[in-house]
Design a protein around this ligand. Structure first.
Ligand SMILES: CC(C)(COP(=O)(O)OP(=O)(O)OC[C@H]1O[C@@H](n2cnc3c(N)ncnc32)[C@H](O)[C@@H]1OP(=O)(O)O)[C@@H](O)C(=O)NCCC(=O)NCCS
Length: 185
């Protein structure tokens, strides 16, 4: 059976090759600033600090020309990856960075034996839904009126990572290097 098309084709391939890295508590000010630029109800620095105290919490990013251009925050629990937040700097959108960041995360996760990724997204967030479905996420459920600020529903998406481990590592160079542990159980 043919493997699915690599997510690093198209827009992602056209993007520059920014550096994939794991953020730590020392990066909280920078990631919280990006969070403020991307969300109406951003996580505070204190929320990041408390989250980093949990072993299951990790944040990964793409650094482009010295700047944090994109990040994803996750929980890794019982063989599953829960994607909490994904954001790309407003100046850097539609260049394939969001897709590239998630593709690397899912490939690294699959190689480490994580079998499933899940996330929630607002019904009206078309860019994010396009990003997730383009990567192979499928709708798994809905939480009615989940978001307190707008009353919007949350759609739950999931992705089976089985295929991700067998994708051609050559097309995602950062993922073919030594995996960075996305957090222990
Ligand atoms: C959602 C987000 C992370 C996408 O990042 P991005 O780097 O611009 O996305 P990419 O360039 O990798 O695009 C990947 C796919 O996402 C979809 N997409 C991204 N932006 C889109 C837009 N403005 N409108 C429609 N679809 C869009 C498309 O399907 C796109 O594939 P294509 O380029 O082949 O059409 C970015 O818009 C963002 O940070 N939004 C604010 C924060 C947020 O809502 N995060 C998600 C909820 S936690």
């Amino acid at each position: 059976m043919q493997s699915p098309e690599c997510p690093c084709s198209g827009a992602a391939q056209r993007a520059a090759r920014p550096e994939f890295f794991r953020l730590g508590p020392g990066d909280i000010a920078e990631v919280a600033e990006l969070e403020r630029q991307c969300f109406s109800t951003p996580w505070s620095e204190e929320q990041f600090r408390l989250a980093f105290e949990r072993k299951v919490f990790s944040v990964f990013g793409l650094r482009d020309a010295g700047r944090l251009a994109a990040y994803v925050a996750v929980y890794h629990l019982a063989g599953e990856l829960e994607i909490l937040n994904v954001a790309v700097h407003p100046d850097a959108r539609r260049r394939g960075l969001g897709r590239r960041l998630l593709a690397i995360l899912l490939q690294v996760g699959a190689k480490m034996g994580i079998h499933r990724a899940v996330l929630e997204v607002r019904t009206g967030n078309a860019p994010a839904i396009g990003l997730y479905t383009g990567l192979g996420f499928t709708r798994a459920g809905v939480r009615p009126h989940y978001y307190g600020d707008t009353g919007e529903d949350a759609i739950i998406y999931e992705c089976d990572l089985t295929d991700w481990a067998s994708r051609d590592p050559g097309c995602c160079p950062a993922a073919s290097t030594t995996p960075t542990d996305p957090g222990a159980d």
